[in-house]
Design a protein around this ligand. Structure first.
Ligand code: MTE
Length: 321
């Protein structure tokens, strides 16, 4: 793979940390400067970050994540990894208006009884929306706590009725360079291969924690967070939580996910959060929650060991990273 420009994931730990501090310094300066003017200006500035109006959603609250301290909407929606727009974390929030989320179809293919293409509105007629507060840990070492709104991934996959041959499920982000400018940059110029692909083993996909989010903080997802619908797999590194999905395929063989294709030495298929297995270039023992200066210990399976460890009990987690 020829990569001219280092994506942020390819940075060393020091570089990653510097970038985080840089971001915080900017936030601090921005807020500090605004505070000098007046506190109402600060409020105005923060709400202005919500670039596109988002429709409020009706949903049932659940006990998932009770007691966790939430990150703010501003933090979760202005510090994003969405390579289809940019490798910068600040740019997706400013660029994502080119993503047209309605109408939006999702196709279900491969090893299933009911191969079909459905509009998001038809999918939403078949599911009940709930809110789940989950920890989210990026492989780069930052984390956040977000109240997502959506439905269990199992309900989404049940629409297509996977058959007994389906051992894996692959997801793709929409491919449309008009909407996603980086999709026309090309591999020779440092882009990652598109469309972005992710995958899960079927038992992982059917685990109760695997979730399809269509909203966060009470309203629809902001475009930069993966509208109209994205995966949330809270016990895995954030790159598994693929955004803006329009293609689902049930497969016999393990699919190759994008980051594994880009750098198979550093990124695997499983990507379970694991403080005892370091990234080749940095430790995974600790993380920095967005908005915090101090690092805290990373938890095995991101704190979801009770719910997911059984799926990996016979596996060498160093080998299947
Ligand atoms: N999905 C697509 N299609 N493109 C991406 O670049 N980035 C991944 C994941 N899903 C990514 C993606 C990574 S690396 C992370 S950490 C999360 O999205 C970030 O989600 P957030 O922006 O909502 O925090």
């Amino acid at each position: 793979m020829y990569i001219l420009r280092k994506p942020t994931w390819q940075l060393s730990e020091n570089e990653v940390t510097d970038e985080t501090l840089f971001h915080k310094r900017r936030e601090f300066l921005k807020l500090g400067a605004a505070a000098l003017v007046s506190s109402s200006v600060v409020v105005e500035k923060l709400s202005a970050m919500e670039t596109t109006p988002r429709t409020p959603l009706s949903f049932v609250k659940t006990s998932y994540g009770e007691g966790l301290e939430l990150n703010s909407f501003e933090q979760a929606s202005t510090y994003n990894n969405f390579y289809e727009f940019s490798t910068s974390k600040e740019k997706p929030a400013k660029m994502a208006h080119t993503l047209i989320t309605s109408p939006w179809d999702v196709g279900f293919y491969g090893e299933c009884e009911n191969s079909t293409i459905l509009g998001v509105e038809d999918i939403l007629k078949q599911v009940a929306l709930e809110e789940r507060i989950y920890r989210f840990r990026c492989v780069e070492g930052w984390s956040m706590v977000v109240p997502w709104i959506g439905f269990p991934l199992k309900k989404f996959l049940d629409i297509a009725k996977p058959n007994a041959k389906a051992k894996y499920v692959a997801f793709k982000t929409k491919y449309d360079p008009q909407m996603f400018p980086d999709q026309s940059r090309g591999l020779m110029f440092g882009a990652i291969p598109y469309p972005y692909v992710e995958g899960l083993r079927m038992d992982e996909a059917l685990n109760e924690l695997a979730f399809v989010a269509i909203g966060m903080y009470g309203k629809e997802l902001p475009k930069q967070n993966g509208a109209p619908l994205r995966l949330i797999v809270p016990w895995k590194y954030g790159f598994k939580s693929i955004k803006s999905i329009d293609y689902v395929e049930f497969t016999i063989k393990e699919p190759k996910n994008t980051w594994q294709v880009v750098n198979p030495v550093e990124y695997g298929f499983y990507a379970n959060v694991n403080p005892t297995v370091d990234h080749p270039r940095w430790s995974q023992a600790k993380e920095r929650k967005l908005g915090s200066f101090l690092k805290t210990k990373t938890l095995m399976f991101n704190g979801y060991e009770k719910e997911v460890a059984y799926m990996y009990k016979d596996m060498d987690l160093k080998r299947y990273f």
